[in-house]
Structure formats: C-alpha cells, structure tokens
Design a binder for this molecule. Structure first.
Ligand SMILES: C[S@@+](CC[C@H](N)C(=O)[O-])C[C@H]1O[C@@H](n2cnc3c(N)ncnc32)[C@H](O)[C@@H]1O
Length: 369
C-alpha cells in the first residue's frame, strides 16, 4: 500500500528552512514600531530566507487581500519636501543629504528613530550589496550596455552635486547614504490630479520594516496607503494572493516597472538564472546567431557607427564566453558583471531590442537627439 501524499506523510515545519533574526537590533526595531502603532511582528517576521538573504516571511498563513503588516505615517521618514519647486528634482543623492541633515544631524529625530537608524545595514554588513556606482570606472566599462553605463555615471554625478551642497559630507558617506536611499526607500506619487496635469510630484520615504522585504517579479504582496489624504494615513503591505506560512513576502520594486538595469543601478542585484539555463533561453535560440558571434574590434567600431536599422552586435564577448566564466567560478563583482551581461544578451536588450541602448550609443557618438 503506497503512502499517499499528505496521508500519513510527515509534516514538515514550513519555518524550518529559515533562520529567524533574533538579534537585539531587530527586536528593538520591532518593539519600537509596535509600541508606536505599527504591526510588524504578528503575521510575519524577519529571517534569513533558506539560511541566505535576509527578508520577511509569513509566520502564519495569509488570505488574499489580508494586511500583512502596517505602519502609521508618523513612523515614516520623509526624505523630500513636496513643496520644493520642481526645478529642483529629487535625486536620490539630494534625498540622501536630507536623510543626513534631517535625521542624523538632528538630535531629536535621531533619538526618535534610533531603533530604525541603528538597524540599517552599514558597508561592513553582509546585507550591503554595492550598487555599480561603487565600482571603479574600468569595472563600469565592463558592463558595456550603454543604458547602465549612463545610469551609473548619472548617479555618480548626482552624488558629486549633492556633496557640493554640504560642507561636511565626504564622498564615501554620500555614496553610502545614496545607497540607503536607492536600495531602501519608497517613491510615492503624490496625487492622481498631478499626473493628469503633467505635474506629477513624487516624494521618497523610508518605511521601517517594509524595507526588509525583497523584490520578486512575481511578487505576492504590494505596498499601499490607507487614507492617503489624511494626516493619520497608514502604510500597509497587502497580500495579492494567499500566502502559506513559511513563505517569503515579496513586493515588486518600482511597482513592477523596474527593468534589470534599474534593479542593478538602484539595488545592486542581478536576478540571474543558473548559467546552464542562460544558454537555453527561448529568445536566445531565435536571436542567438547574432549574439553568439563576438565581433572583432574593427567590426565593433563599425557596428557602433551603423544606422539604427543596421545595428549589429556591439558586445565584446559572446554569451557563451560569459557563461563559461561564470561556470569556471567567477566570484563577487566579476560574477555580477558577467551575470548582468549574460542577462542582457539573453533578453536581447542590446542590440536586438530596446531603443534605449541605441539612443544612448548615438548620443555618445555625438549623433541622434
Ligand atoms: C529593500 S532591501 C530588502 C531587504 C534586504 N535583503 C536586507 O536584508 O536588508 C533591498 C536589498 O535586498 C536585496 N534584494 C532584494 N530583493 C532581491 C532579489 N530578488 N534578489 C537578490 N537580492 C535582493 C538587495 O541587496 C537589495 O539592495
């Protein structure tokens, strides 16, 4: 009599793969939030997911549309004054400067938010995943894809401009605060009216505990605001579908609108498939011929000057070469660069598909708009 699934089968504890974060800092953070009207620990908790990346897991099963955790707006850290004229755009680095001036240099706020500020990862922590603006110029060049090279250079120059606005911030500190802002804050659009009038304004805020939630393109939860017009609005994380106990809570960063370039530029991670799967992607089979042949340096230069229509393959290596290096054990930054390049090749991001790369390249060559 074969054992039927579920009948007489051993029950596996859904939490057994995760290591709950019982550190003092995280307990202090949760106590602080819960004492001040938040709900961050009754249905979910912070853990090393499968013993690896830190994130949030459900500690009991959750129904579709159920609120998983909540935070009153009084516990949100605003990083931008919405009355700032739109001629001054809220770059992440200017928000980072506000974070320093409004929360770190102001002793009252620093005291109030100490349990949160003390829980933020530092550059020494394993949670610190550097974004490419921490890379050397030669490592940035190795990314090759013009969309990311220009995004990283823009970020670097935003950091430089923000430093000029302050007397006492070093480039290292400004890079770190900018990293906190890009990888841990939420951008909120202020009102639908503004969007229709073409004057959409957005503010950036930091939401303690919510910033422990990892990204997934197939997220099971989303962030929302209850009573957004009121002073006592509440930020919530709501389940988009039922979530079983022990499953990770995920949201889609940028409301799902972030590309691989955005995720790498702002958060520092590349969501990559295992190397053997990278070579057998469906799109790769149809567009592969173009990508599999690396060009000689001369051909590459020629390709760069071709018309948009005549675009050829500007990558300096083939997908196979990148995958080989990953398989051979490339580590750290080198591996991430290879994974990014391989991912873009598989997606046909450049040269086969998006205009983005082509436009950027044209700009770089002095042509186009
Ligand atoms: C908002 S925080 C999320 C919590 C973070 N894991 C922590 O422990 O503090 C964003 C950072 O988490 C990591 N992360 C989030 N989603 C990820 C994913 N899908 N794959 C890899 N890393 C991810 C990246 O390091 C990213 O910069």
């Amino acid at each position: 009599f074969p054992a039927a699934a579920g009948f007489g089968a051993k029950k596996v504890d859904p939490m057994s793969n995760h290591i709950l974060d019982t550190s003092e800092g995280i307990s202090y953070l949760k106590d602080f939030l819960n004492k001040n009207g938040g709900n961050s620990g009754t249905k979910c908790d912070i853990a090393k997911i499968n013993g690896k990346t830190r994130g949030v897991i459900c500690t009991r099963s959750i129904k579709k549309d159920e609120i998983i955790c909540s935070l009153p707006s009084s516990l949100a850290l605003s990083l931008w004054d919405p009355s700032t004229p739109s001629s001054s755009p809220s770059t992440p680095s200017l928000c980072a400067l506000n974070f320093k001036e409004w929360y770190l240099d102001d002793s009252t706020r620093l005291n109030t938010f100490a349990p949160y500020i003390g829980s933020l990862p530092t550059v020494e922590d394993v949670e610190f995943e550097p974004t490419p603006n921490f890379y050397s110029d030669s490592d940035v060049d190795k990314l090759e894809f013009p969309g990311i090279v220009s995004a990283v250079n823009t970020r670097k120059s935003e950091i430089d401009s923000a430093i000029l606005k302050s007397d006492d911030v070093s480039i290292e500190d400004m890079k770190y605060y900018t990293w906190l802002v890009t990888s841990r804050s939420f951008s909120i659009r202020l009102s639908a009216d503004d969007v229709s009038s073409g004057n959409a304004k957005s503010v950036r805020i930091m939401l303690p505990f919510f910033d422990m939630i990892n990204h997934s393109g197939k997220s099971n939860a989303e962030m929302d605001i209850l009573n957004p017009e009121k002073d006592d609005s509440t930020f919530i994380i709501r389940a988009k579908r039922p979530i079983a106990a022990g499953k990770e809570v995920t949201i889609s960063y940028g409301g799902g609108g972030f590309s691989s370039v955005d995720l790498f530029t702002d958060y520092g991670f590349v969501q990559s498939k295992p190397p053997e799967e990278l070579l057998y992607d469906e799109k790769d089979v149809t567009q592969g011929a173009l990508k599999r042949q690396p060009l000689t340096p001369d051909e590459r230069t020629m390709a760069k000057f071709e018309s948009t229509e005549g675009y050829n393959n500007p990558w300096s290596t083939s997908l196979e070469e990148d995958v080989e290096k990953i398989k051979a054990g490339a580590k750290g930054r080198e591996r991430k660069i290879l994974e990014f390049r391989a991912k873009m090749k598989v997606a046909g991001g450049w040269p086969a598909g998006t205009m983005e790369g082509k436009m950027d390249l044209k700009k770089k060559e002095g042509g186009g708009k």
